[in-house]
Design a protein around this ligand. Structure first.
Ligand SMILES: Cc1cc2nc3c(=O)[nH]c(=O)nc-3n(C[C@H](O)[C@H](O)[C@H](O)COP(=O)(O)OP(=O)(O)OC[C@H]3O[C@@H](n4cnc5c(N)ncnc54)[C@H](O)[C@@H]3O)c2cc1C
Ligand code: SF4
Ligand code: SF4
Length: 431
């Protein structure tokens, strides 16, 4: 049975520009909220119950899109089927005006406050209690202006390409729970051009419990554009072996265990590449602020290594690199050794550990607040791009920290955040 529509709905939508029409989400959705025609895959607002079952299987991330709208004006299936791109997020004023109109006039701000308070699907509240905060709305959908042109969707689910595993090593000291592997895939003579920040889909062999072939899982590329080994047609991934579900119950993650157990010489089915906006700037003196947890370090490793290679060959004129990296303990942090051997004048590394015995819990946003003075300078500089990748739970705290750092320095976050988004300078990729 469909739930009644709330006054303000955080509507779940599919980005038609990124979706590869693979049908995975429609096959996954337990309540048949997803449908399609020849043109688009779409979600029926009155059926979607926000169970999130479709988010992780989607090989492109195109299904992880949300827009705040009046429930009575939710985008219909018919409208969505005609879209070429997602509609922009309504501003607070536009939302208030639409709600006031639906309520027959009156004080628009009072209407929006009242419905926000009464609506379960509104975004989480700022811990300061000041205002509703929706971190996802600040994520850019365009790349930085100087990014190289990406190739996307060269290989779809119906025509995957094959890659050979040429390396598989553990990159942290963790026990089973956060065991992470660095896996190198070689494409031989098949074209597979990639840029730092893009991802690929891996299709595990075999079938699922329903007897259907497994769907692709998405993994960020951890190596730079000229290969894990420069000049080779290969790339690397940073894969965490999934052994528990988010509730801590033991499960055997299909693709992550398949990849972590892969032997050198094994052939892997790959689709992609994916991603046209989480890309690095290429202009001289552009700065990168990289904020990540766990396997969210993969795109940061790719960007850092590309800059390191440019610097080594004397082709880069500078630009700051600042990294905020969070893990439960130092032993669980992927790439700890290689990371800490990078020159201090090349990258400014800030590590946050949340479960070190005897030490207070520290998260990436805590370190960002400690480094507020440096971040303010970077926030003010139009050459800075911010990248956030890792666990979904980190995203809100990180964007709130950026907002607070800006506001404490007298900067207007509404203006600054909108600029960062519109100029492709604040990128969020959490899963
Ligand atoms: C844009 C994007 C980029 C990604 N990049 C990476 C990456 O670089 N490295 C990486 O390791 N993963 C990455 N992922 C996650 C990856 O796509 C898979 O979701 C993950 O490896 C689990 O797949 P699986 O087949 O092992 O588990 P499945 O068999 O699909 O999962 C079984 C169940 O495990 C739970 N589960 C899924 N993922 C996790 C998790 N991470 N932790 C705990 N429980 C989980 C869910 O309840 C799921 O239903 C990315 C996801 C997206 C959307
Ligand atoms: S969140 Fe759940 S109900 Fe909504 S479309 Fe995805 S799978 Fe279906
Ligand atoms: S799973 Fe993702 S890429 Fe595939 S059809 Fe659904 S939204 Fe599109």
């Amino acid at each position: 049975m469909n739930a009644p529509m709330p006054a303000v709905l955080r509507q779940h939508l599919i980005d038609p520009e990124i979706c590869i029409r693979c049908n995975t989400c429609e096959a996954t959705c337990p309540v048949a909220a997803i449908t399609h025609d020849d043109r688009n895959y779409v979600i029926e607002a009155s059926k979607c119950n926000f169970c999130m079952a479709c988010i992780s299987p989607c090989p492109t991330g195109s299904i992880d899109n949300w827009r705040q709208v009046p429930g009575a004006k939710a985008y219909t299936v018919e409208e969505q089927l005609l879209w070429d791109e997602l509609p922009p997020e309504l501003s607070a004023e536009q939302l208030a005006a639409q709600l006031a109109e639906l309520a027959g006039g009156g004080d628009a701000a009072a209407v929006v406050d009242a419905v926000a308070a009464a609506t379960p699907e509104t975004p989480a509240t700022d811990p300061t209690g000041e205002a509703a905060f929706n971190s996802a709305q600040w994520g850019a959908q365009v790349p930085p202006w100087s990014a190289a042109h990406p190739y996307t969707k060269l290989y779809g689910p119906k025509a995957p390409t094959m890659a050979t595993v040429v390396g598989n090593v553990k990159v942290n000291e963790a026990g089973t729970e956060n065991e992470t592997h660095h896996i190198v895939l070689d494409f031989g003579s098949m074209p597979f051009p990639v840029l730092e920040g893009q991802s690929i889909g891996v299709i595990p062999p075999g079938v699922d419990a329903q007897g259907k072939p497994h769907h692709a899982r998405q993994y960020s590329i951890a190596s730079p554009r000229n290969g894990e080994r420069p000049g080779y047609n290969n790339l690397s991934l940073t894969v965490k072996r999934v052994v528990n579900d988010p509730q801590g119950r033991p499960i055997h993650g299909v693709a992550s265990n398949y990849l972590c157990d892969a032997a050198v010489g094994d052939k892997v089915q790959v689709i992609g590449p994916f991603g046209a906006s989480f890309l690095m700037p290429n202009h001289p003196k552009s700065h990168l602020v990289m904020i990540c947890t766990g396997t969210g370090s993969a795109p940061m490793r790719a960007m850092t290594e590309w800059r390191r290679r440019l610097r080594q060959s004397g082709k880069f004129e500078g630009g700051k690199l600042m990294l905020f990296f969070g893990a439960r303990t130092q032993a669980e942090l992927p790439y700890f050794g290689p990371l800490t051997s990078l020159p201090k004048d090349f990258i400014d590394i800030n590590l946050a550990f949340s479960r070190t015995p005897g030490a207070p819990r520290r998260y990436v946003q805590d370190l960002m607040r400690e480094r507020a003075a440096d971040l303010v300078a970077l926030l003010k500089d139009p050459n800075t791009c911010f990248y956030v990748c890792g666990l979904k739970a980190m995203e809100e705290g990180v964007v709130l920290a950026l907002r607070d750092i800006a506001q404490n320095a007298g900067l207007n976050w509404e203006t600054l955040g909108a600029t960062l988004k519109n100029e492709g300078r604040l990128h969020l990729e959490t899963y």
